[in-house]
Write a protein that binds this ligand. Structure first.
Ligand code: COA
Length: 179
């Protein structure tokens, strides 16, 4: 467990956490993203959080994967990896923020901002040049958060998941320079 403030901490995930992770993500992801999927997002959750996908995430030496806790309760997740560059454009020596999700009733308390500060200090300690992430074109809440955190638009491409409704396929790459 890593304590970030009196209330906020992060806890490294282990393989036995998979059922709890999937359950938590069902609670967080479906309400925020169900409108973009033809099946409310169940297929996507199963792809991302099934035991085999989770095992691969945990075994990836570049990957760092945590529960986010508030006053001891698991209320979100954080996943980042480094070094990792986008497939479509190469900027080396970078950290990718894969996932930051906070449960709805805990949003707006500055929890994600505090976590972002921690991730940025990890990137700076490793002398990385950039942090970057992918965000849906239409996910305005997350975009406002990332822009407030200093990320800037770099380019947009389209995802081709079949169950993703066509008007929601645009995905933006945002980047923050650390130099
Ligand atoms: C995006 C998300 C991670 C932000 O987490 P959070 O803990 O609520 O964010 P914070 O309270 O730390 O907010 C920090 C700043 O981001 C901005 N922000 C956050 N949520 C916002 C919202 N709903 N509308 C506008 N700005 C917002 C604000 O500027 C805020 O600073 P302020 O409160 O001083 O104005 C969270 O809303 C979430 O998990 N959403 C659903 C899942 C998701 O979309 N995750 C991103 C995947 S790409």
């Amino acid at each position: 467990m890593i304590k970030l403030t009196d209330d906020i901490s992060i806890q490294k995930l282990t393989f036995s956490d998979q059922p709890e992770l999937l359950e938590l993500m069902r609670e967080i992801y479906i309400p925020s993203y169900q409108h973009i999927w033809s099946d409310t997002g169940e297929w996507y959750l199963e792809q991302m959080y099934n035991p085999e996908a989770f095992r691969q995430d945990l075994e990836d030496p570049k990957s760092h994967y945590y529960f986010v806790l508030y006053e001891g309760w698991k209320i979100g997740i954080l996943k980042y990896s480094y070094p990792e560059s986008p497939a479509l454009i190469d900027f080396p020596n970078s950290l990718k923020l894969h996932r930051i999700y906070i449960s709805k009733e805990y949003q707006g308390k500055g929890i994600a901002a505090r976590i972002m500060k921690m991730v940025e200090s990890v990137a700076r300690e490793r002398n990385l040049n950039y942090m970057w992430l992918e965000v849906m074109d239409t996910q305005l809440q997350a975009q406002k958060f990332y822009r407030k955190m200093g990320f800037e638009w770099l380019f947009t491409y389209h995802l081709d998941y079949k169950k993703l409704l066509p008007k929601y396929r645009g995905i933006q790459i945002l980047r923050k320079s650390l130099t």
